[in-house]
Design a protein around this ligand. Structure first.
Ligand code: PLP
Length: 467
């Protein structure tokens, strides 16, 4: 009998909790109204929405009126950073953030820099911890906002939030926390943050809903313009059923926050120990290995020498374990976080993340499968290792691979490894013979082939059938 798959990718998205599913089904079945409508059905929808708002607020120690529903944490962070920037009328046009933010924060920081804001990105130490002393006078000059990932989605490191908040406020700035991964296990109510981003699907709620929580009277301008929903800060009809699912998941996470944090950190450490025992060559990443008290209970990250992240994920996938090598939105590219931590280029990352549905039986099964898959991968030739990611990318593009595809792939890859991609292309042109063009095999010729193989694309204009 085939062994069941093991889902260890809760940090990418957590399976829907039964409480969230029931809340949504109830809403879709019994509450047809628009929460902004004045009739009975509208008022019923509004009651569901307000209950969800209170449930989300309770999770992070906020008041219900401080919660603004959005489509997810990416939108919440856009609203926090862009909204704060747009509302700013004085000379404090300076954002302080970090090099290890999730793409949602980093890309907004970049766009503010393009719009003329000063942006300072702080360095972390090698475990991903930001030293609050780095928020000293100089980096904080004229800072309006400090934005920090409270607990890291890729390496699990938790920041010293109280000290960071104190330093931000001492410098006259407000503090935004990306609390997407922190919310299910940390008590954030005691931290004096000003803005907080949350996402439903990381808590066992549905995808497509999140919230920005705004404390105090920080001026914020809406990023979207339209109706008066969410006090005009986030116009658009609120998806009541999704909010209800998010609220139910938040309530379940809150009720079991402490016990789950203990349970999951014990499982994480058991998994770490068992993998390390069988596969001692791993490179510990993040705080969970050295300071487990300063790490998320559900994230375990490590590096593997001489392997790429997508190869590691492919090998585990084949062994029946769902894991990742970076944030899901990074795709198969190497994470910027590894560079920020100073992890050498030849080390690939693997992240195993646990959650509400993870059991001890799964963890024990996973340790053996992970170690075996890694040993098997490292015994392969470089091209054999690319086979799985190559086939996955082709399947995603809807291409059914033929022996000719494989021949082309191997020719380009082998020659790339030896001499660079162009000689590979020349060899391939000879191997395919006259009349067979790469475009007929791969949608964009050599560029697609290189992308699927995870090797650098040739210079633009290189057409292998013409060389
Ligand atoms: N911030 C962190 C730390 C995350 O892990 C994620 C999800 O990958 C996001 C932000 C984006 O959340 P969403 O998928 O709700 O846009």
């Amino acid at each position: 009998m085939k062994s069941p798959r093991l889902y260890l990718d809760h940090a990418a998205t957590s399976p829907l909790r039964p409480e969230a599913r029931q809340a949504m089904e109830r809403c879709w079945t019994c509450t047809p109204g628009n929460a902004a409508s004045a009739h009975v059905e509208g008022r019923a929808a509004r009651a569901v929405l307000e209950r969800a708002r209170a449930q989300v607020a309770a999770l992070v120690g906020a008041r219900p009126e401080e919660v603004y529903f959005t489509s997810g944490a990416t939108e919440a962070t856009n609203l926090a950073l862009r909204g704060a920037a747009q509302a700013r009328r004085d000379a404090r046009r300076h954002l302080v953030s970090t090099r290890i933010e999730h793409a949602a924060g980093l890309r907004v920081a970049e766009s503010l820099a393009c719009a003329g804001w000063k942006v300072t990105l702080l360095e972390s130490d090698a475990t991903g911890r930001i030293d609050p002393r780095s928020l000293s006078q100089d980096p904080m000059r004229n800072a309006a906002l400090v934005s920090v990932i409270a607990a890291h989605n890729e390496i699990g490191t938790v920041q010293p939030l109280g000290d960071l908040a104190a330093a931000a406020h001492a410098g006259g700035a407000a503090l935004h926390l990306d609390a997407v991964q922190a919310a299910s296990s940390m008590d954030l109510g005691e931290v004096p943050w000003d803005l907080l981003s949350l996402s439903g699907h990381k808590l066992g709620g549905p995808q497509g809903v999140g919230a920005l929580v705004v404390r105090g009277s920080l001026p914020l301008a809406p990023v979207l313009v339209g109706g008066t929903q969410e006090s005009g800060l986030r116009p658009g009809t609120v998806p009541v059923a999704l909010a209800a699912g998010f609220g139910a998941a938040a309530e379940a996470a809150f009720a079991r926050r402490e016990s789950e944090a203990h349970r999951l950190s014990a499982l994480r450490d058991r998994l770490a120990g068992a993998i390390r025992e069988r596969f001692p060559r791993l490179v510990p990443l993040g705080a969970s290995w050295t300071r487990p008290g300063s790490a998320l209970p559900h994230v375990l990250a490590f590096g593997v020498d001489d392997a790429r992240g997508d190869e590691l994920v492919g090998a585990l996938d084949e062994a029946g374990v769902a894991a990742s090598s970076a944030a899901a939105c990074t795709g198969s590219a190497r994470s910027h976080v590894l560079d920020a931590l100073g992890v050498p280029e030849h080390v690939g990352m693997l992240r195993l993340s646990l959650g509400w549905s993870t059991t001890a039986v799964e963890i024990d099964a996973a340790a053996g499968r992970v170690a075996e898959a890694l040993s098997r991968l490292l015994a392969m030739t470089p091209f054999e290792r690319r086979r799985r990611p190559f086939a996955t990318r082709a399947a995603e593009a809807g291409v059914a691979l033929t022996p000719l595809h494989w021949e082309a792939a191997e020719a380009v890859f082998t020659f790339h490894m030896q001499k660079g991609v162009l000689p590979g292309a020349r060899h391939l042109a000879r191997a395919l013979g006259p009349g067979v063009e790469l475009e007929s095999l791969f949608p964009k010729g050599l560029a697609t082939l290189a992308a699927w193989l995870g090797i650098p694309a040739p210079d633009r204009g290189c057409r292998p059938h013409a060389v």
